[in-house]
Design a protein around this ligand. Structure first.
Ligand SMILES: [Zn+2]
Length: 258
């Protein structure tokens, strides 16, 4: 009898260890959509447009497209109204809900008013100071949080060295994040936007997520013609549709790959 117990124990133990080695499931069941900024954090501005309003509108439109046409997918928003949510809490929401994809939506701004186009980021080391500047601007949101020194392991958002250090943090989902990011940029091109490409930088909101995660800069609010696209209903719909198509393609790819 003892022998059988040992055999059963070993079989169960083996099954558990085999189970633990299974890579992340290919089925995309839960998507977390993160509208950048909110509440007392307006994000960047251009004309009368505030980033927090543009990102919320695009996020809700994207969520609706997913809910309407992908029956098997659950959509979770990090915010669905004008409230402030800490950056660490946004990734924590995705982790708690075992999300399969995390999408953070933002708008860009630059002192050079001629700058325009879309960019999609994955977590990683920036190749140019321009990429770093985007991450620094987005990460500065934590300065509006009451306890940021505690919640980001002492990270100083004003220090370039701190950005380099933490962007080297290995992310197991980098390859998948880059696949999703390039699909988003491809779709922007298909929808007559100018793509500035797929990039990498150290974004606090992507740092601790445990699934493929991207941050989309949907265009420059500092550029007059792009601001028109981003602040109109039709323009926002187009942006949401582009991201939706990319998500759908990515979902098909994941679910048909071995
Ligand atoms: Zn932003």
């Amino acid at each position: 009898v003892k022998k059988y117990i040992v055999i059963i124990f070993l079989t169960v133990a083996f099954m558990f260890s085999a189970f633990n080695q299974v890579p992340p499931r290919n089925k995309i069941k839960t998507i977390v959509i993160d509208a950048g900024h909110g509440g007392h954090d307006p994000g960047c501005n251009g004309g009368d447009s505030k980033e927090k309003n543009v990102t919320l509108s695009i996020a809700l439109k994207l969520g609706k497209l997913i809910k309407d046409s992908l029956d098997d997918v659950k959509v979770i928003y990090t915010r669905d109204d004008d409230t402030f949510v800490e950056l660490y809490e946004r990734s924590a929401i995705a982790n708690r809900n075992n999300a399969d994809i995390f999408i953070s939506i933002h708008c860009n701004a630059n002192k050079n008013k001629d700058a325009y186009g879309t960019e999609t980021y994955a977590m990683g080391l920036h190749k140019t100071t321009g990429w770093l500047d985007v991450a620094k601007r987005e990460n500065a949101s934590i300065l509006q949080e009451s306890d940021y020194e505690k919640n980001y392991d002492g990270f100083d958002p004003t220090s370039p060295e701190a950005h380099i250090m933490f962007s080297l943090y290995q992310n197991a989902y980098l390859d998948q994040s880059l696949v999703l990011a390039s699909k988003v940029e491809d779709q922007f091109r298909e929808h007559n936007r100018v793509s500035r490409g797929v990039k990498q930088a150290g974004f606090l909101v992507l740092w601790k997520t445990t699934m493929p995660s991207i941050l989309i800069e949907t265009g420059f609010l500092s550029n007059a013609s792009e601001r028109k696209v981003l602040s109109t209903e039709s323009g926002q719909k187009e942006v949401a549709l582009s991201i939706f198509k990319a998500v759908k393609q990515y979902k098909q790819l994941r679910e048909t790959s071995k």
